[in-house]
Design a protein around this ligand. Structure first.
Ligand code: MG
Length: 262
């Protein structure tokens, strides 16, 4: 969930730093599952945001998005045609069957966690949304599979794009994933499209947030007058999934994955 800018140096992390990143990301993962359980008809996105903030603070962590470039809340909650960066509001009520994307960041002991999921609110049958969500989540894992020593960043970017486009959907290109560590956004940028064999070589100690944003129609997005909420230009449904992933000696370690969600 980051606007594009030129790449800088990639900061490799020591094993002890990856442990700290794991701890921060586990808090984020717990928040996301807690919010998903509370995603019922009638709750407002403001209520959900309060729950997220209380949970993070109770874990002795700090919301990472609140105040980031002026973002006013703990969670980004984006509904239906909203792609990312939806601002929680007491006026925004969740309806059963809404496609809801929730993105949360937390800082714990100086290290950042960042992850997102999409789901259909209140267990309503919504096949179009469910197909889009499954494709987005599967695309994320296709990318994660490519997080291996000696591969290049473009390999994982291509894997995401290929999976999404094979399913007849489009990846959003105006926002990208990112490195993560002692800052929320570090190099490299991690686009959801690319060419195999291009980009930086993946090395042990790299930690990246991979976050496909997928549209059921046009992938063009525009930002609403609140300065944050990105919506699909044609009003199509959109889904978002994100994990923070470390490249370890044993391969990719999904820092923001809870055992119960795998
Ligand atoms: Mg992110």
């Amino acid at each position: 969930m980051k606007k594009r800018k030129p790449s800088r140096r990639i900061i490799l992390k020591a094993d002890w730093e990856i442990q700290k990143l794991h701890a921060a990301n586990q808090i984020v993962a717990e928040v996301l599952l807690m919010l998903r359980e509370n995603l019922q008809q009638g709750i407002t996105t403001y209520d959900l945001d309060r729950l997220a903030e209380e949970f993070i603070v109770a874990k002795s962590a700090v919301p990472a998005f609140k105040g980031y470039r002026g973002f006013p809340a703990t969670a980004c909650i984006s509904i239906n045609d909203e792609v990312v960066h939806g601002i929680p509001s007491p006026k925004r009520v969740i309806n059963a069957g809404d496609l809801v994307s929730i993105d949360v960041g937390a800082v714990f002991d100086g290290y950042y966690g960042d992850a997102a999921l999409s789901t259909v609110a209140d267990g309503v049958n919504n096949p179009e949304a469910e197909t889009l969500i499954k494709t987005t989540r599967d695309a994320l894992y296709k990318g994660i599979e490519k997080v291996k020593k000696g591969r290049r960043l473009g390999d994982l970017c291509y894997a995401i794009q290929h999976h999404v486009e094979s399913a007849g959907f489009e990846v959003v290109k105006q926002f990208v994933g990112h490195g993560i560590g002692r800052s929320l956004h570090e190099p490299p940028e991690v686009p959801n499209y690319g060419r195999p064999g291009t980009g930086p070589v993946l090395k042990k100690g790299m930690v990246i947030a991979i976050e496909p944003m997928v549209s059921a129609g046009s992938a063009d997005v525009r930002v609403l007058s609140d300065g944050w909420t990105a919506v699909t230009a044609d009003g199509s449904l959109s889904a978002h999934y994100e994990h923070s992933v470390a490249l370890t000696e044993g391969g990719p370690l999904v820092l923001s994955e809870l055992k119960q969600d795998s």
